[in-house]
Design a protein around this ligand. Structure first.
Ligand code: ATR
Length: 281
């Protein structure tokens, strides 16, 4: 890679970003498309983050991804917001226009629908009921993505019920108490885990996978480990599964498209992600 004064600068902004797989994916896409740009991790701690965000304006970045804990802050800092940012109050993509205007987008929702489209192209026609578990940023994005994809009934189940209600309300969906998770599994055509349950170092959980329909598709937003306990149990029952790299890949593809006005090669991005992931683990 040759870096010159003309090289456009992109970043992933978050804390921590040291383990982010996005630089491997975005740099691979930029290189494959012959674009003179580079994508770097930019760690910004929570403390002093407002000042750091203000400073980004003069730094000459063309665009950035934003991850935990700055997605809400990024939405607040922007001058212009797409419809998903306005609804979800969180941004994972930023662009700086030539006049300094900061534009915020949310493509996390497209990570969900894009991953379903890639893994099971006919899922839209077959999905009457989608269950989203979790109501944080990832959960709200999943709810939005499923509704955007045309799913008529989006059901949200969250440990804390008011969170489920707020998330379901975004799309006219239904909130279900945590105690009724098993029943929610039984009624769903697709199931998305958008909690941190199952992540390395976080709490594990005994999912009621035995209640799921034999035709259900199970997606996990967690990708460390790649095969979570939920996906393992679903596979053991012969259900179709989609791992968390799919969401990462497709939210990133839409970010690339927003920055460069062209679709990146999904296979190139997936190969870069797989290689970076293998190296990391
Ligand atoms: P993100 O932005 O990645 O979605 P978040 O906003 O912190 O992260 O949301 C985490 C989600 O995981 C929430 O839905 C949370 O449930 P609560 O709203 O009740 O906090 C869920 N979660 C985290 N730990 C959990 C646990 N041990 N059991 C059930 N749900 C859990």
């Amino acid at each position: 890679m040759k870096i010159s004064g003309r090289t456009q600068l992109f970043a992933i902004i978050g804390d921590p970003v040291i383990h982010s797989l996005s630089p491997a994916m975005q740099n691979a896409w930029m290189q494959a498309a012959g674009i003179d740009a580079v994508y770097v991790p930019l760690g910004i701690a929570e403390e002093g983050a407002e000042r750091a965000f203000a400073g980004l304006r003069g730094l000459g970045l063309k665009g950035a991804n934003v991850t935990t804990p700055h997605k809400e802050r990024a939405a607040r800092a922007a001058d212009v917001h797409d419809v998903a940012v306005r609804k979800l109050h969180a941004a994972n993509v930023l662009t700086w226009e030539n006049d300094g205007t900061l534009v915020a987008f949310n493509t996390d929702w497209a990570g969900v629908s894009g991953a379903f489209d890639e893994a099971t192209p006919d899922w839209r026609g077959k999905t009457q009921v989608a269950l989203v578990i979790g109501a944080g940023g990832a959960g709200r994005a999943a709810v939005w993505g499923l509704a955007e994809a045309g799913v008529a009934n989006v059901v949200v189940c969250n440990r804390t019920f008011p969170g489920a209600e707020a998330s379901a309300r975004l799309v006219g969906g239904m909130a279900v108490p945590w105690a009724e998770l098993g029943e929610a599994f039984a009624n769903a055509d697709v199931i998305v885990n958008a909690t941190s349950l199952g992540m390395i170092g976080k709490e594990q959980f005994d999912w009621p996978i035995e209640r799921a329909k034999q035709s259900a598709i199970v997606m996990d937003s967690v990708y460390a480990p790649r095969e979570t306990a939920l996906l393992k149990a679903a596979k053991a029952r012969g259900l179709k599964t989609i791992d968390g790299l799919g969401m990462l890949l497709h939210q990133g593809a839409m970010a690339f498209e927003l920055w460069f006005d062209q679709r990146p090669d999904i296979a190139v991005g997936r190969a870069a992600l797989e290689a970076a992931f293998a190296e990391r683990t």
